[in-house]
Ligand binder design. Structure first.
Ligand SMILES: CC(C)(COP(=O)(O)OP(=O)(O)OC[C@H]1O[C@@H](n2cnc3c(N)ncnc32)[C@H](O)[C@@H]1OP(=O)(O)O)[C@@H](O)C(=O)NCCC(=O)NCCS
Length: 151
């Protein structure tokens, strides 16, 4: 991804410690670390430098954490992580995926559209989070996988 830096690999993981670290680092509200359907981690030089996790309930899919270590941001890694998940969902013929996010502009780039809170999955942490609309003001979004376009 970065012609000057070391190669970054993205692999599926069941070791969720990195998500606790990233959530703390970036103040990401999530009550259910580890309660994932699937998760992927980015590894550079043996170090975990980012990750993305997906939750699922019944037939509903929700992106939970996506985060990239500060030193690795703005180099395309967030995009690479998101594309791994979107390609997986598309391959599995999953029609849509949801996210509650503090960075809607990032998701807009991939054609995610804003939805009202009432349309966001009821199992998302936002519904029970005490910080919701007090210190945290997320944007609720969804992507129809048929509208997924790589950037
Ligand atoms: C959001 C985050 C994962 C993006 O990772 P990244 O590696 O910096 O993103 P990329 O370099 O892959 O950027 C991909 C595109 O999104 C854009 N982008 C990245 N972060 C953005 C932001 N905060 N706002 C608007 N656009 C953003 C980039 O400019 C780039 O656009 P381009 O292809 O037109 O140049 C990263 O900033 C992060 O970890 N933030 C802290 C944790 C967080 O808030 N996570 C979201 C929780 S839902």
């Amino acid at each position: 991804m970065n012609s000057n830096g070391p190669e970054i690999k993205i692999i599926e993981t069941k070791d969720y410690e990195i998500f606790s670290i990233l959530a703390r680092k970036f103040d990401l509200e999530t009550s259910g670390i580890g309660d994932y359907f699937k998760a992927w981690v980015a590894i550079s030089d043996g170090k975990k430098v980012g990750g993305i996790s997906l939750k699922k309930k019944d037939k509903t899919y929700l992106l939970d954490i996506i985060a990239v270590d500060k030193n690795y941001q703005k180099k395309g890694l967030g995009k690479k992580l998101l594309l791994v998940v979107l390609k997986y969902l598309k391959k599995e013929k999953i029609p849509k995926v949801y996210v509650n996010t503090k960075v809607p502009e990032f998701f807009k780039k991939f054609n995610f559209k804003k939805i009202p809170r009432s349309k966001s999955p009821k199992f998302s942490d936002c519904w029970t989070c005490p910080q919701y609309n007090k210190t945290c003001f997320p944007t609720h979004m969804t992507l129809e996988l048929k509208d997924f376009k790589s950037i």
